[in-house]
Design a protein around this ligand. Structure first.
Ligand code: B12
Length: 214
């Protein structure tokens, strides 16, 4: 792997938040593929951070600074992902479910969806069903994307789908789910329309769901 990609990965793991923007700029200027910076450096670094947290080598404050470092790096990559497609391919509401504050994965999915020409409304983290219903009625999106990173907040996805069914809103929107602990069988079990393992799959899935609905 390129030396600069390794340096970016290391900067996130070791929380060098003052150096990350310079490193990512150097990589971009040197012609490194922005997607590779995201996949091979930034996301790969968060996997290592997660392992270090799981083995009690680091704790929440350190994990938070790594997350911040990653976000600073992502901001530098973001403008370079745009494909500038004119016509919108459809509207998507994205949010991290109630009780869950992890937003890095959701934000990467949003960046890729926007780059692929979708209009995305970001509902942030800790998204309650009540707040979601308001926005579904106001915006009437083609797709709703839900993210969860904790095993304890995965049931909130199921609850969200259940409440939308009760309110007669379920059939009006396609629902895709994702996040590290989520998989296809969970998505099937809770009645979601699709599951994506990463941002690339999220884009393919959104295209399929919208094409199928029209
Ligand atoms: C960074 C981080 C944090 C940061 C979050 C900062 C932020 N703004 O997001 C902070 C420090 C706040 C945090 C807090 C906590 N965390 Co935390 N965190 C992580 C860590 C290290 C990285 C997560 C991440 O950003 N990954 C990188 C992104 C790019 O990956 P991703 O989110 O999976 O997203 C990709 C795909 O899943 C997919 N995707 C994501 N969403 C969607 C949605 C759709 C629709 C689709 C199609 C696809 C899709 O596409 C994305 C891009 O490829 C993980 C470890 C890990 N490896 O996951 C632990 C981890 C998730 N955290 C964990 C824990 C325990 C916690 C805390 C409970 C710790 C505590 N004791 O307080 C709290 C909970 C706070 C809360 N209520 O949410 C555990 C969860 C264990 C479990 N079984 O549930 C993990 C796994 C760490 C571990 N190994 O133990 N955390």
């Amino acid at each position: 792997m390129d030396d600069i990609l390794l340096q970016i990965k290391d900067a996130v793991i070791t929380r060098k938040k003052n150096e990350i923007e310079g490193l990512v700029k150097t990589a971009i200027e040197g012609g490194t593929d922005p997607n590779s910076i995201i996949e091979d450096s930034l996301i790969a670094a968060m996997d290592v951070v997660g392992q270090k947290f799981a083995s009690s080598e680091i704790f929440v404050p350190e994990m938070l600074v790594s997350a911040l470092t990653m976000k600073l790096g992502l901001e530098v990559v973001k403008p370079h992902l745009k494909t500038g497609e004119g016509r919108s391919r459809g509207t998507i509401i994205m949010g991290t479910v109630h009780g869950d504050l992890h937003d890095i994965g959701k934000n990467i999915v949003i960046m890729m969806l926007e780059g692929a020409g979708f209009k995305v409304v970001d509902m942030g983290v800790d998204l309650t069903v009540e707040k979601l219903i308001e926005q579904l009625e106001a915006i009437q999106p083609d797709v709703l994307g839900l993210s969860a990173l904790l095993t304890t907040t995965m049931p909130e996805m199921e609850r969200t789908i259940h409440v939308l069914s009760e309110k007669g809103l379920r059939e009006k929107v396609k629902i895709m789910v994702g996040g590290a602990p989520v998989d296809q069988s969970f998505a099937d079990r809770i009645g979601a329309d699709g599951y994506g393992a990463d941002a690339t799959e999220a884009v393919q899935l959104a295209r399929q769901l919208i094409a199928g609905a029209r």
